[in-house]
Design a protein around this ligand. Sequence first.
Ligand SMILES: Nc1ncnc2c1ncn2[C@@H]1O[C@H](COP(=O)(O)OP(=O)(O)OP(=O)(O)O)[C@@H](O)[C@H]1O
Ligand SMILES: [Mg+2]
Length: 457
Amino acid sequence: MSVPRAPCILVVDDEPNQLVTISRILARQGHVVLTADNGTAALEVLGREAVDVMITDLNMPVMDGMTLLREVADLTARPSTIVLTGYGTIQSAVDAMKHGAADYLIKPCNPDELKLVIDRQLEMRALRREVSDLRREVKRHQRYGALVGNSAPMRAVYDIIESVSKNKSTVLITGASGTGKELVARTLHARSPWSAGPFVAVNCGAVSETLLDSQLFGHRRGAFTDAVGDQEGLFQAAHRGTLFLDEVSEIPLGLQVKFLRAVQEREVLPVGATRPKKVDVRIVAATNKDLRQEMSEGRFREDLFYRLNVVRLELPSLTARPEDVEPLIEHFVEKMAASYGVDPKTISARARARLLAYPWPGTARELQNVIERAFAVSDAAEIDIADIEPALGPTLGGAEVTASREAPPKLQTLEEAERELIVTALHEASGNKNEAARILGIDRQRLYRKIEKYQLN
Ligand SMILES: Nc1ncnc2c1ncn2[C@@H]1O[C@H](COP(=O)(O)OP(=O)(O)OP(=O)(O)O)[C@@H](O)[C@H]1O
Ligand SMILES: [Mg+2]
């Protein structure tokens, strides 16, 4: 990391009085100030010092301001440039901006104006530097925090995360199940200034309306039969941090007004309470449903949608980013090795070729599942084609049926069978619980209870 230094400003003017006045103001504002009394002298300074902003007069002997601007435009490490101009010569300022000047100041300039214009340039330079640092970092490591991939659609996602991470705008993350919505929400939190604060995830589809109400907003003692004491809600638990509202489409209609109020006012009313409480949180919502469709069918309030849809992050499927498959394979191999407590496996040439050629109609999670399966079915140090083939869809090369190495089925207990069915359904649904519940023909809440019972999370 580079050591932060005071910004360096070069002032160029042939009038000694101007030079002194402006330099003094700038020095008082905490800048390092250098001066030059003509263009040639200015170029000399730029050759040996790292200057952030150059303020230059236009009419000067030896080399005038306009020529200086043209010369500066050709430098590799060039400062932002601001021209100084008199009242009658605004047109020359406009010309100067055509030659690369970023802004202009009218003489005599007052300290506030000077500060405003300089600060704006410094801010823009800092932002440009951050974005280019980020791009360089992503390119080198093929990843951004925990998010793997350097494809154009992912870089667009990173740029948005980077630009909103420092403010508290509400973010709505959309994308199919397994595209990485939760991972993006966590990354957003990790890049924010309040990353040391809590990250609280709520699955809005997991519980009944009454339970969700008290879970989110808390309750007062005696608000209902089981409320033996005051209970703080998750909104409050996320105070000074991030509240992640997963499966936000599932908030029951009856609760949406209360919810809207909380999002809008950053204020919650615990069940049974009379006075609302202020909370300071960033809200990140996620859904794999089309909220517009939900709205048009009357299941989601329009006003709530617009409150949540302030910044939108649409996550791409794997099909849209084939160049990320390779770094994702490496990433998942390492991740699974860590989770299985073994050394990372190598991948045979055949298996790698197969994984790279596969069209990946789904999401990163599906790729992860394929790699995980390879760790689950074999102890070998290398992943070979037989470890991955059964997990991939019908192949381009026809049915490459591998010899079954499964033992004949032994009798299971009912619970074992149920657990297996649920795992299969979850796998079939790529982890999407709504879909898995549909496949199993049970309601979502029941599925959640089973998942908890068998610790499938
Ligand atoms: N870009 C990525 N880099 C690394 N891992 C990823 C990426 N995208 C997804 N994953 C992994 O894929 C899995 C699914 O991601 P995640 O749970 O964030 O998806 P989701 O969109 O929230 O899915 P759902 O809608 O089912 O909740 C996780 O294990 C996650 O770590
Ligand atoms: Mg999720």
